[in-house]
Write a protein that binds this ligand. Structure first.
Ligand code: NAD
Ligand code: ZN
Length: 352
């Protein structure tokens, strides 16, 4: 099974394929020949499904194991849980020569990753993504974070994992709704970089081609992370659909989940950039049709105008400008800065 290597410092491999979980222990042992403990951080749903196989494999490879299990969901990505994790690491005497293992979706990855970045000023960690979104996005690139009451991901660190093991079999238990969040993020990679990748997703049959889709998305993520680890340049392209998407998440009090909000954001934005002559005509409809093939919503039910205040507070704002990512056509994209004062002209035509 060929792996993808991300050339950050240090470099790390991403293993993608079916049936990898039972060999995770061996893979970790090769990387950490002297480690004593593997401290697993996971949520209560994933724990029931996949912790037994993982723990068996870690023990078989000679690791002493310990588990921290938190209630599933975004609400757990907070400082209270983080403090509990520090207590757990302390109780199990986890040191810099041991390893933390994040097993689960983006919440487990971000939370365990941030704990790893900060415990003893940084200990190694490994990502084992079990959602489609975590597989194509959050497990790669080293962004770790927790939320605070004033916003999501406001406290965090760049801390690269030492290995990512994506066992595609684990995605079989995902509810359709959660699977779709990963579909929308994967469609994003297709629109940004690669029409043939987009076509693999556009007929509603991503499940039949998961290995290939994940591999190709992750390889695009690898390229932008290698070029721009700290998110000051090219990595910003990955925010396509996200400025509107974040505002939609906030306005709907997170009733519309991240991936689905990004899907709507991509369509709504591209309809507007088509009108402005920035995007080739028909681009928005192609994205919408791909989302519809998974029964995802394509448009925001409220007025786009009402999202502007939330967008003004976007974390990605630089001074008086917001950097939008625009699709020139499916497969080609670029940054397009818009002055905050001009947001209304950019986004709102008649009826918006
Ligand atoms: N670090 C990054 O670069 C980055 C990028 C994108 C998103 N994120 C973060 O990721 C988080 C969202 O990630 P997510 O969508 O994976 O959410 P999540 O981790 O909450 O998982 C969603 C739900 O799926 C369940 N689940 C996970 N794997 C399962 C499986 N195999 N079978 C059945 N159920 C399973 C979980 O228990 C949870 O209830 C957000 O906090 C977001 O900020 C981070
Ligand atoms: Zn996203």
């Amino acid at each position: 099974m060929p792996s993808i290597t991300v050339h950050t410092a240090p470099a790390y491999d991403i293993h993608i394929g079916a049936g990898l979980l039972p060999s995770t222990g061996e893979r970790l042992r090769k990387l950490f020949p002297k480690a004593v403990s593997a401290a697993v951080v996971t949520d209560d749903i994933v724990h029931g499904l996949y912790a037994p196989a993982l723990l068996d494999s870690l023990r078989a490879a000679g690791f002493k194991t310990a588990e921290y299990v938190f209630p599933n969901g975004e609400e757990s990505k907070n400082h209270e849980r983080l403090l509990e994790i520090y207590g757990f690491l302390s109780a199990n005497a986890v040191t810099r020569s041991d390893v933390i293992v994040a097993l689960g979706g983006g919440v487990a990855g971000d939370l365990a990753g941030y704990a790893a970045a900060t415990w003893l000023r940084g200990v190694p960690y490994v990502q084992i993504p079990t959602t489609f979104l975590a597989a194509v996005d959050s497990s790669v690139g080293g962004k770790t974070a927790v939320n605070i009451p004033t916003g999501k991901n406001l406290v965090g660190a760049f801390w690269q994992p030492r290995l990512v093991v994506c066992d595609t079999d684990t995605l079989a238990t995902l509810p359709h709704d959660i699977f779709c969040d990963g579909v929308a993020e994967s469609i994003k990679y297709g629109v940004l970089f690669d029409e043939t990748l987009f076509d693999l997703l556009a007929d509603g049959r991503a499940k039949e081609r998961l290995d290939e889709i994940i591999r190709r998305c992750v390889d695009y993520k690898r390229q932008v992370v290698e070029e721009d680890e700290r998110d000051t340049g090219r990595r910003q392209l990955l925010n396509f659909g996200h400025t509107l998407g974040h505002a939609i998440e906030r306005e709907t009090h997170f009733a519309i989940s991240h991936g689905k909000a990004v899907g709507i954001g991509m369509v709504e934005l591209t309809e507007r950039t088509e009108r402005l002559g920035i995007s080739a005509s028909g681009t928005a409809e192609r994205i919408a049709s791909a989302l519809r093939s998974y029964d995802m919503q394509t448009h925001y039910e409220g007025r786009i105008r009402d999202l502007i205040p939330a967008m003004r507070g976007d974390k990605k704002r630089h001074g008086g400008e917001l950097s939008f990512v625009v699709a020139q056509c499916v497969g080609l994209s670029r940054l397009h800065p818009v002055k905050v004062d001009a947001l209304e002209d950019f986004l709102c035509g008649k009826g918006d």
